[in-house]
Design a protein around this ligand. Structure first.
Ligand code: FES
Length: 107
């Protein structure tokens, strides 16, 4: 599927993401090096760091947040109504065309 990802410098990247490799959005961002190593995916995708926070800008229906994701976002910085943790968004065919913007680096 195609995803549109706006990096922390405001650059839009249109990337291909596989739906058959059990990847999540954070891993896609890392695989294309759209954020510097060490600034995203710090907890390894456990919903425990918020370094993968992103803002969902398209009208896609994403699966509900888990309790872990809700709890992490409640403590994170720069959280908006459309904030999600990238590591909790699994790449599925329904997400084709999804546009997200990476949240500022969590300090
Ligand atoms: Fe840590 Fe997503 S990588 S919360």
């Amino acid at each position: 599927i195609k995803l549109k990802i706006i990096d922390r410098d405001g650059q839009l990247h249109e990337v291909d993401a596989p739906t058959d490799m059990n990847m999540n959005l954070m891993e896609v961002v890392r695989s294309y090096e759209l954020a510097p190593e060490g600034t995203i995916g710090i907890c390894g995708g456990m919903a425990m760091c918020a370094s993968c926070q992103c803002y969902v800008q398209s009208e896609h229906d994403l699966p509900e947040k888990s309790d872990d994701e809700e709890a992490m976002l409640a403590e994170a910085f720069n959280v908006e109504d459309n904030s999600r943790l990238g590591c909790q968004i699994h790449i599925t065919p329904e997400l084709d065309g999804l546009q997200v913007e990476l949240a500022p680096e969590e300090l």
